[in-house]
Write a protein that binds this ligand. Structure first.
Ligand code: CIR
Length: 263
Protein backbone atom coordinates (compact mmCIF):
# COMPACT_ATOMS: atom_id res chain seq x y z
CA UNK A 1 0.00 0.00 0.00
CA UNK A 2 1.04 3.57 -0.62
CA UNK A 3 1.31 6.02 2.26
CA UNK A 4 1.10 9.81 1.89
CA UNK A 5 2.43 11.79 4.84
CA UNK A 6 1.05 15.32 4.85
CA UNK A 7 0.72 18.09 7.42
CA UNK A 8 -1.97 20.69 8.01
CA UNK A 9 -1.27 24.25 6.86
CA UNK A 10 0.40 26.29 9.60
CA UNK A 11 -1.50 29.41 10.70
CA UNK A 12 1.91 31.12 10.41
CA UNK A 13 2.22 30.42 6.67
CA UNK A 14 2.09 34.15 5.97
CA UNK A 15 5.67 34.30 7.33
CA UNK A 16 6.94 31.60 4.94
CA UNK A 17 10.32 31.69 3.26
CA UNK A 18 10.27 33.28 -0.21
CA UNK A 19 13.10 33.20 -2.74
CA UNK A 20 11.73 34.00 -6.20
CA UNK A 21 8.34 35.49 -5.31
CA UNK A 22 7.19 38.70 -3.70
CA UNK A 23 5.08 38.32 -0.58
CA UNK A 24 1.32 38.48 -1.19
CA UNK A 25 -1.41 37.77 1.38
CA UNK A 26 -2.33 34.10 1.75
CA UNK A 27 -5.94 33.28 2.60
CA UNK A 28 -5.44 30.58 5.21
CA UNK A 29 -8.97 29.18 4.86
CA UNK A 30 -8.61 28.82 1.11
CA UNK A 31 -5.13 27.31 1.56
CA UNK A 32 -6.54 24.77 4.03
CA UNK A 33 -9.47 23.90 1.77
CA UNK A 34 -7.18 23.40 -1.25
CA UNK A 35 -4.80 21.32 0.83
CA UNK A 36 -7.68 19.14 2.05
CA UNK A 37 -8.74 18.55 -1.56
CA UNK A 38 -5.16 17.59 -2.45
CA UNK A 39 -5.24 15.03 0.37
CA UNK A 40 -8.65 13.81 -0.77
CA UNK A 41 -7.34 13.21 -4.29
CA UNK A 42 -4.40 11.23 -2.90
CA UNK A 43 -6.87 9.20 -0.84
CA UNK A 44 -9.09 8.60 -3.88
CA UNK A 45 -6.08 7.30 -5.76
CA UNK A 46 -5.48 4.68 -3.09
CA UNK A 47 -3.00 6.40 -0.76
CA UNK A 48 -3.41 6.11 2.97
CA UNK A 49 -3.08 9.73 4.05
CA UNK A 50 -1.36 10.29 7.39
CA UNK A 51 -1.75 13.95 8.30
CA UNK A 52 0.69 15.23 10.89
CA UNK A 53 -0.41 17.87 13.38
CA UNK A 54 -0.15 21.49 12.35
CA UNK A 55 2.93 23.34 13.56
CA UNK A 56 1.75 26.80 14.64
CA UNK A 57 5.31 28.17 14.83
CA UNK A 58 6.75 26.63 11.67
CA UNK A 59 5.41 28.65 8.72
CA UNK A 60 6.57 26.29 5.92
CA UNK A 61 5.78 23.02 7.68
CA UNK A 62 3.00 22.02 5.25
CA UNK A 63 5.78 21.37 2.73
CA UNK A 64 6.77 18.02 4.25
CA UNK A 65 8.67 16.91 1.16
CA UNK A 66 11.63 19.09 2.05
CA UNK A 67 12.59 17.37 5.29
CA UNK A 68 12.91 13.77 4.11
CA UNK A 69 13.76 11.64 1.10
CA UNK A 70 12.07 8.25 1.36
CA UNK A 71 13.68 5.47 -0.66
CA UNK A 72 12.64 1.81 -0.53
CA UNK A 73 15.68 0.98 1.60
CA UNK A 74 16.14 4.03 3.83
CA UNK A 75 14.60 7.39 4.70
CA UNK A 76 17.05 10.27 4.66
CA UNK A 77 16.19 13.10 7.04
CA UNK A 78 17.48 16.24 5.38
CA UNK A 79 19.12 19.35 6.77
CA UNK A 80 16.99 22.07 5.13
CA UNK A 81 18.85 24.92 3.50
CA UNK A 82 17.13 27.54 5.64
CA UNK A 83 17.38 27.30 9.43
CA UNK A 84 13.71 28.31 9.89
CA UNK A 85 12.72 24.89 8.54
CA UNK A 86 14.95 22.61 10.60
CA UNK A 87 12.42 22.33 13.43
CA UNK A 88 10.10 20.53 11.01
CA UNK A 89 12.20 17.38 11.22
CA UNK A 90 11.40 15.66 14.55
CA UNK A 91 7.72 15.00 13.81
CA UNK A 92 8.52 13.70 10.31
CA UNK A 93 11.23 11.46 11.76
CA UNK A 94 8.72 10.00 14.19
CA UNK A 95 6.27 9.35 11.35
CA UNK A 96 8.87 7.61 9.21
CA UNK A 97 10.58 5.59 11.91
CA UNK A 98 8.08 2.70 11.82
CA UNK A 99 8.60 2.28 8.08
CA UNK A 100 12.27 2.74 7.23
CA UNK A 101 15.71 2.80 8.78
CA UNK A 102 16.63 6.48 9.14
CA UNK A 103 19.78 8.27 7.98
CA UNK A 104 20.57 11.95 8.49
CA UNK A 105 22.24 14.73 6.54
CA UNK A 106 24.71 16.32 8.93
CA UNK A 107 26.14 19.82 9.25
CA UNK A 108 27.57 21.49 7.20
CA UNK A 109 25.62 19.83 4.38
CA UNK A 110 22.28 21.33 3.36
CA UNK A 111 19.55 19.52 1.46
CA UNK A 112 15.87 20.20 0.72
CA UNK A 113 13.84 17.20 -0.42
CA UNK A 114 12.48 19.38 -3.23
CA UNK A 115 15.93 19.17 -4.79
CA UNK A 116 15.95 15.38 -4.88
CA UNK A 117 14.48 13.68 -7.93
CA UNK A 118 14.48 9.90 -7.72
CA UNK A 119 13.77 8.08 -10.97
CA UNK A 120 14.36 4.36 -10.79
CA UNK A 121 17.90 3.94 -9.51
CA UNK A 122 18.92 7.51 -10.42
CA UNK A 123 19.02 10.14 -7.69
CA UNK A 124 19.39 13.59 -9.23
CA UNK A 125 20.18 16.33 -6.73
CA UNK A 126 19.65 19.97 -7.61
CA UNK A 127 22.55 22.12 -6.54
CA UNK A 128 20.64 25.20 -5.48
CA UNK A 129 20.45 27.84 -2.77
CA UNK A 130 19.01 25.05 -0.54
CA UNK A 131 21.15 22.01 -1.37
CA UNK A 132 24.89 21.59 -1.77
CA UNK A 133 27.57 19.12 -2.82
CA UNK A 134 28.48 18.28 0.79
CA UNK A 135 24.96 16.87 1.23
CA UNK A 136 25.23 15.14 -2.15
CA UNK A 137 28.36 13.33 -0.95
CA UNK A 138 26.50 12.32 2.22
CA UNK A 139 23.56 10.95 0.19
CA UNK A 140 26.01 9.00 -1.96
CA UNK A 141 27.52 7.41 1.16
CA UNK A 142 24.09 6.61 2.63
CA UNK A 143 22.88 4.80 -0.50
CA UNK A 144 26.23 3.26 -1.45
CA UNK A 145 25.06 -0.29 -0.77
CA UNK A 146 21.77 0.04 -2.61
CA UNK A 147 22.82 0.43 -6.25
CA UNK A 148 21.81 4.05 -6.87
CA UNK A 149 23.58 6.50 -9.17
CA UNK A 150 23.73 9.95 -7.57
CA UNK A 151 24.52 13.12 -9.49
CA UNK A 152 24.30 16.87 -9.05
CA UNK A 153 22.33 19.09 -11.43
CA UNK A 154 22.54 22.84 -11.77
CA UNK A 155 19.22 24.57 -11.23
CA UNK A 156 18.63 28.14 -12.40
CA UNK A 157 15.70 30.52 -12.03
CA UNK A 158 13.62 28.42 -9.63
CA UNK A 159 13.67 27.24 -6.02
CA UNK A 160 14.26 23.50 -6.34
CA UNK A 161 15.17 20.89 -8.94
CA UNK A 162 11.62 19.55 -8.77
CA UNK A 163 10.25 23.00 -9.60
CA UNK A 164 11.95 22.36 -12.96
CA UNK A 165 11.48 18.63 -13.53
CA UNK A 166 9.51 15.68 -12.17
CA UNK A 167 8.85 12.16 -13.43
CA UNK A 168 5.53 11.25 -15.07
CA UNK A 169 6.54 7.61 -15.56
CA UNK A 170 9.58 5.41 -14.96
CA UNK A 171 11.22 6.68 -18.15
CA UNK A 172 9.56 10.02 -18.91
CA UNK A 173 10.14 13.41 -17.33
CA UNK A 174 8.13 16.64 -17.47
CA UNK A 175 10.57 19.49 -17.71
CA UNK A 176 10.91 23.25 -17.93
CA UNK A 177 14.01 23.51 -20.14
CA UNK A 178 14.48 27.17 -19.13
CA UNK A 179 15.32 26.05 -15.58
CA UNK A 180 17.20 22.79 -16.07
CA UNK A 181 19.20 21.33 -18.93
CA UNK A 182 17.52 18.20 -20.34
CA UNK A 183 20.89 16.73 -21.33
CA UNK A 184 21.76 16.51 -17.61
CA UNK A 185 18.92 14.09 -16.99
CA UNK A 186 20.27 10.75 -18.06
CA UNK A 187 18.81 10.45 -21.55
CA UNK A 188 15.21 9.91 -20.47
CA UNK A 189 12.34 11.13 -22.65
CA UNK A 190 11.54 14.73 -21.69
CA UNK A 191 8.14 16.33 -22.27
CA UNK A 192 8.53 20.12 -22.16
CA UNK A 193 5.92 22.13 -20.27
CA UNK A 194 3.93 24.72 -22.20
CA UNK A 195 6.27 27.75 -22.22
CA UNK A 196 3.48 30.03 -20.96
CA UNK A 197 3.27 27.94 -17.75
CA UNK A 198 6.77 27.98 -16.23
CA UNK A 199 5.71 26.43 -12.90
CA UNK A 200 3.98 23.45 -14.50
CA UNK A 201 6.76 20.87 -14.29
CA UNK A 202 6.05 20.00 -10.66
CA UNK A 203 3.56 17.14 -10.84
CA UNK A 204 2.78 14.18 -8.59
CA UNK A 205 2.49 10.73 -10.04
CA UNK A 206 0.31 8.22 -8.23
CA UNK A 207 0.03 4.95 -10.13
CA UNK A 208 -1.06 5.85 -13.65
CA UNK A 209 -2.47 9.25 -12.69
CA UNK A 210 -0.57 12.52 -12.81
CA UNK A 211 -1.68 15.40 -10.56
CA UNK A 212 -1.07 18.67 -12.39
CA UNK A 213 -1.53 22.19 -11.03
CA UNK A 214 -4.93 23.50 -12.10
CA UNK A 215 -3.18 26.71 -13.15
CA UNK A 216 -1.42 24.81 -15.94
CA UNK A 217 -4.11 23.52 -18.33
CA UNK A 218 -1.94 23.69 -21.43
CA UNK A 219 0.72 21.47 -19.93
CA UNK A 220 -2.07 19.19 -18.73
CA UNK A 221 -3.27 18.93 -22.33
CA UNK A 222 0.23 18.03 -23.45
CA UNK A 223 0.33 15.20 -20.92
CA UNK A 224 -3.13 13.98 -21.89
CA UNK A 225 -2.09 14.00 -25.55
CA UNK A 226 0.93 11.91 -24.56
CA UNK A 227 -1.42 9.33 -23.04
CA UNK A 228 -1.26 10.23 -19.34
CA UNK A 229 -4.27 10.28 -17.05
CA UNK A 230 -4.28 13.90 -15.81
CA UNK A 231 -5.94 15.13 -12.62
CA UNK A 232 -5.91 18.92 -12.13
CA UNK A 233 -5.44 20.03 -8.50
CA UNK A 234 -5.71 23.64 -7.39
CA UNK A 235 -3.03 24.78 -4.95
CA UNK A 236 -3.01 28.46 -5.91
CA UNK A 237 -2.84 29.72 -2.28
CA UNK A 238 0.13 27.53 -1.38
CA UNK A 239 1.77 28.65 -4.64
CA UNK A 240 2.01 32.12 -3.02
CA UNK A 241 4.31 30.44 -0.46
CA UNK A 242 6.37 29.06 -3.35
CA UNK A 243 5.00 25.58 -2.86
CA UNK A 244 3.69 23.30 -5.56
CA UNK A 245 2.33 19.75 -5.64
CA UNK A 246 5.17 17.39 -4.69
CA UNK A 247 6.14 19.46 -1.68
CA UNK A 248 2.89 18.76 0.18
CA UNK A 249 3.43 15.01 0.65
CA UNK A 250 5.92 12.26 1.26
CA UNK A 251 4.79 9.27 -0.79
CA UNK A 252 6.13 5.78 -0.26
CA UNK A 253 5.10 2.16 -0.32
CA UNK A 254 4.72 -0.06 2.71
CA UNK A 255 3.84 -3.73 2.84
CA UNK A 256 0.13 -4.21 3.59
CA UNK A 257 1.09 -5.98 6.82
CA UNK A 258 2.78 -2.75 7.96
CA UNK A 259 -0.50 -0.89 7.73
CA UNK A 260 -1.09 -0.93 11.48
CA UNK A 261 2.06 1.11 12.12
CA UNK A 262 0.27 4.16 10.79
CA UNK A 263 -2.28 4.72 13.46
C1 CIR B 1 10.35 27.51 1.21
O1 CIR B 1 10.85 28.49 0.66
O2 CIR B 1 11.05 26.67 1.81
C2 CIR B 1 8.85 27.35 1.15
N1 CIR B 1 8.24 28.63 1.21
C3 CIR B 1 8.43 26.61 -0.11
C4 CIR B 1 8.96 25.21 -0.15
C5 CIR B 1 8.42 24.45 -1.31
N2 CIR B 1 8.95 23.15 -1.31
C6 CIR B 1 9.09 22.40 -2.39
O3 CIR B 1 8.75 22.81 -3.47
N3 CIR B 1 9.62 21.21 -2.25
Amino acid sequence: MRVAITRGVSPAIGRCELTHLNRTPIDIDVAKAQHALYEAVLGELGCRVQRLDEEPDLPDSVFVEDVAVVLDEVAIITRPGVSSRRGERPSVERALEPHRPLAHIREPGILDGGDVLVVGKDIHIGISSRSDTDALDQVQAIVADHGYRVDGIDVRGCLHLKSAVTAVSDDTLLINPAWVDPTDLGGRTCIPIDPSEPGAANVVRVGDTVLVGAAFPRTGERLSAAGFEVRPVDTSELAKAEGALTCCSLLFDVPDSNDGALT
